[in-house]
Design a protein around this ligand. Structure first.
Ligand SMILES: [Fe+2]
Length: 386
């Protein structure tokens, strides 16, 4: 009989999640109890072009909710755009924020909800547990399967050369609507990089120092779902089964990182995003197998389990070989979905390495990694990914 861990931990998930094909149509009834003036935060064009913004507006209006659309969100949203959004939301007396799009739009929605409720600027709330109380209610509608932002305590913003976040359970949306129909128009490249973000969350949560009996349940299932569904999501974009699997995977991985946190790959990946305006999923995806290579010996059993979860048959193998297989399984997956293998390919320059690594090592997430890295080792690991 396997012993249950003695490690004390807690699990708190305040978000109501609706999951299913066509569930977007319930946004009006879900929002009704939360407010009567909605501020819809979304990206610049894709969703408008596809008519999704229009449908959300119609659903909300038919539930007697007035709608103001703010479609200024870019990849890597800045603190400025969040403050501007908050100013507009307050001017139009909105009492409900709808975040619709990828992680950028949902994070921006969370930030706007904080500033409208508590005043000041989003910069006043950066850091851990700096949000003083409940924010305006947020309804999240993810249209990518990556960040899990629709259920997380995190929101990430860009300020100059810096990626900074607010971390608080007040960031958790009130309601999230996971409708796989919204995912089928995602192009393959976006599917690949957001999917690798979800995998990085799942594996980092599973191999974090803060991993616990609750986060393990979510992280394990998320790894398994990515192993089963990411390739097909990328290759056959209109396969609803695959899209459902990835929607669930990214959501569960998000719950996992709420209590287990992320590790070195995300710490360094976020620093890359600050210095280079690269896409988050691509940066953390490239770093993922590099961090695994340098942490695998810290817990062979866990890494061997990851191999199994990713679909490798490692029965009968010595645990060391089984554990090392997990790294190859991630690399194989990346190759199969046409994922870039090096940071140079995505524009990271050699002369930034020292700064990026120093910045990444200062993030709390870096120290969640099982192995304790010296500065030299961290630079070497980063160099390996170049
Ligand atoms: Fe991430």
């Amino acid at each position: 009989v396997e012993k249950v861990s003695d490690k004390a931990c807690s699990h708190f998930m305040p978000t109501k999640v609706l999951f299913g094909v066509g569930e977007l149509s319930r946004i009006g009834e879900e929002a009704q109890g939360l407010g009567n003036r909605a501020f819809v935060v979304t990206g610049r064009s894709a969703l408008k072009r596809l008519g999704v913004t229009r449908r959300v507006t119609d659903y909300l209006e038919s539930s007697h909710i007035q709608v103001e659309v703010f479609s200024q969100i870019m990849t890597n949203p800045t603190t400025d755009v969040v403050n501007e959004g908050a100013r507009r939301a307050r001017a139009s007396k909105c009492n409900l924020i709808v975040g619709m799009g990828g992680g950028s739009a949902i994070d921006a929605a969370k930030g706007i909800a904080v500033v409208v409720k508590h005043g000041g600027k989003i910069e006043d709330y950066l850091g851990v547990n700096r949000i003083p109380g409940p924010t305006l209610p947020v309804v999240a509608v993810p249209t990518t399967s990556g960040t899990g932002s629709e259920v997380t305590i995190f929101a990430v913003f860009t300020r100059g050369d810096e990626k900074a976040s607010t971390i608080s359970h007040f960031n958790c949306p009130k309601v999230s609507i996971l409708d796989p129909l919204l995912l089928i128009s995602q192009p393959p490249r976006l599917t690949a990089c957001t999917g690798m973000d979800a995998l990085a969350h799942a594996i980092e949560a599973y191999t974090s120092r803060k991993a616990n009996v609750f986060s393990d349940v979510f992280a394990r299932e998320a790894v398994r779902l990515v192993g089963q569904h990411l390739r097909r999501s990328v290759w056959v974009g209109d396969d609803l089964e695959a899209r459902k699997g990835m929607a669930l995977a990214s959501n569960l991985a998000g719950v996992g990182i709420n209590s287990a946190g992320v590790t070195a790959g995300h710490a360094l990946g976020m620093s890359i995003g600050g210095f280079c305006d690269t896409d988050h999923g691509t940066a953390v995806g490239i770093l993922l197998p590099r961090v695994m290579e340098r942490t695998v010996y810290a817990d062979l059993t866990r890494f061997a389990e990851i191999s199994t979860l990713l679909g490798d048959d490692v029965r009968g193998m010595p645990v060391r070989s089984a554990a090392l297989r997990s790294i190859q399984a991630v690399k194989d997956l990346m190759q199969d979905i046409g994922f870039p293998q090096t940071l140079s390919q995505i524009g990271v320059k050699e002369d930034l390495i020292v700064q990026i690594v120093d910045d990444g090592m200062n993030r709390g997430a870096f120290n969640n990694t099982l192995k304790i890295f010296s500065r030299e080792e961290a630079r070497q690991m980063f160099q390996d990914a170049m």
